[in-house]
Design a protein around this ligand. Structure first.
Ligand code: NAD
Length: 481
């Protein structure tokens, strides 16, 4: 296979590509296992160099008119759309996800974020608080240098979702992509430079967890935004606490998708497929516990296995492919171990199974009980657990009986019940008669162990800025002596 994935250099610091001085980092194409790029990690001095460049550049960026910052982000969104096909192909090489997905989901969603926050930047204002003749006004200020750390499932979207609100508010960013998928963030850095971003405002360092840890504890970093697992989130949150740094934590989940017997079974099956098998199941908000009301369970399982049997699995660069490989052999093996655990626990395999090589097919377990490992733990692969339920009160309690709280979905034609369930479900995002749609206009993030803070929407502005109160005294100072 010929490819053009090798970047000019591994890192991007102060507006220019820089070669890493740390350990080697080979990038594999998940479909073939072929090395498509040879990178090197940043060493500790280079992490410091990146944060120093960001700290030096940030005040002048923050001093621009917001409309000028916004213009750069909107221009970057335009460049992304002009290069859509090239970028989709690179994303497929980096992640193994089918080109029919990367064309519509990854960079397009990143471009939406750049456009949205570019437009929002000039609308952010303070408040005036009257106090008789004195008054207070507030200023929403940048935090300074923000660290972004990404997961491997949506590498370019994650980089854009973090960079767009951070830069819009006048911050600088040092971004560390996942070591599994390091290529998209480098493209974003180049595109932002081309769009007119000053040097030092968006930097990329590569590396495994240790490089992320060095970044999080750098004294110049004021905020850390992580997308990753709960276990990593706990470490990063603790490290950030030492320096009283702000955090956004976008972590894992074990989200419920609840199908009542008055729902359209065809739509609910479609949603369950989207909620479990898109991106080969490697999505944080996936509805991996599918609760189906007992009366429609046989019909639901029948249509689900019929539709799952139609999936086209194969070469991700083939436009017809709907289901690609898992990101790495290590992750594929973890998923296989989870499937074996489900079988050993007595869940009934309805379709799918271990697969081979890089591929795990869409897999459905029925007769799953709440206490089973597969119903409690995030698998992060194409493995759906179907659980039967009888009543609304019962399913709400069971859906909420998890330490996670990223997302939830309800399928019903009963309007009042849909809203009642949405109110009762402990989740950052709840869909009614839909699943896994995350437009930039809507806040996204978790409750409970699934995270802190929100990405997207105007809510993200609060997480990339701080409020200053300015008290203005208008009269004589009334001192006691
Ligand atoms: P991970 O936690 O293994 O790694 C995430 C990132 O953290 C990587 O870049 C990694 O190098 C870095 N890292 C690891 N240890 C670190 C440390 N001690 N300090 C600083 N950085 C460190 O996660 P992953 O396997 O790449 O991604 C899968 C997980 O991410 C799943 O749990 C999934 O649910 C979650 N996820 C959440 C969202 C969301 O928006 N809520 C989105 C995508 C993925």
């Amino acid at each position: 296979m010929t490819h053009d994935a090798q970047p000019g250099a591994s890192l991007y610091i102060n507006g220019a590509p820089v070669e890493g001085r740390g350990p080697d980092l080979d990038v594999l194409y998940p479909f073939t296992g072929e090395v498509i790029a040879r990178l090197r990690e940043a060493d500790v001095a280079q992490v410091a160099q990146a944060t120093a460049a960001a700290a030096a550049a940030q005040p002048a960026w923050a001093a621009l008119r917001p409309v000028e910052r916004g213009r750069v982000l909107i221009r970057a969104a335009q460049i992304i759309r002009e290069r859509a096909e090239e970028l989709a192909r690179l994303e497929t090489l980096d992640t193994g996800k089918p080109i029919q997905e990367t064309r519509v989901a990854d960079w397009p969603s990143g471009a939406d974020a750049l456009e949205y926050f570019g437009g929002l930047a000039p609308t952010v204002t303070g408040q005036t608080i009257p106090l008789g003749s004195d008054f207070v006004y507030t200023i929403r200020e940048a935090l300074g240098v923000c660290a972004g750390i990404g997961a491997w499932n949506y590498p370019s979207q994650i980089a854009c979702w973090k960079a767009a609100p951070a830069l819009a508010m006048g911050n600088a960013m040092v971004f560390k992509p996942s070591e599994e998928t390091p290529l998209g963030a480098l493209k974003l850095a180049e595109i932002l430079t081309e769009a007119g971003l000053p040097a030092g405002i968006f930097n990329v360092v590569q590396g495994r967890g240790a490089v992320g840890a060095a970044l999080v504890s750098d004294p110049r970093v004021a905020k850390v935004s992580l997308t990753g697992s709960v276990a990593t989130g706990q470490k990063v949150y603790a490290a950030a606490a030492a320096g009283m740094r702000h955090v956004t934590m976008e972590l894992g989940g074990k989200s419920p998708l609840i199908v009542f017997d008055d729902a359209s079974v065809e739509d609910a099956v479609g949603a369950a497929i989207l909620a479990n098998f898109y991106s080969s199941g490697q999505i944080c908000s996936n509805g991996t516990r599918v609760f189906v009301q007992r009366g429609i369970l046989p019909e639901f399982l029948k249509r689900l296995s019929e539709r799952a049997a139609e999936v086209r699995i194969g070469d991700p660069l083939d436009e017809a492919t709907q289901h690609g490989p898992i990101v790495s052999a290590a992750q594929a093996n973890k998923i296989r171990a989870a499937i074996a655990k489900g079988q050993a626990e007595g869940a009934r395999l309805v379709c799918g199974g271990a697969g081979d090589g890089a591929f795990v097919p869409p897999t459905v377990f029925a007769d799953v009980a709440d206490a089973m490992w597969i119903a409690r733990e995030e698998i992060f692969g194409p493995v759906m657990s179907v659980l039967a339920f009888e009543t609304e009160a019962e399913v709400l309690a069971r859906a909420n009986a998890t330490p996670y709280g990223l997302a939830a979905g309800v399928f019903t034609r009963d309007l009042a019940r849909g809203h009642r369930m949405a109110a009762g479900l402990q989740a950052g995002t709840t869909w009614i008669n839909a699943y896994n749609l995350t437009p930039v206009e809507a806040p996204f993030g978790g409750v409970k162990m699934s995270g802190i803070g929100r990405e997207n929407s105007a809510a993200a502005i609060d997480h990339y800025s701080q409020l200053k109160s300015v008290y203005v005294g208008m009269g004589a100072v009334d001192a006691p002596y």
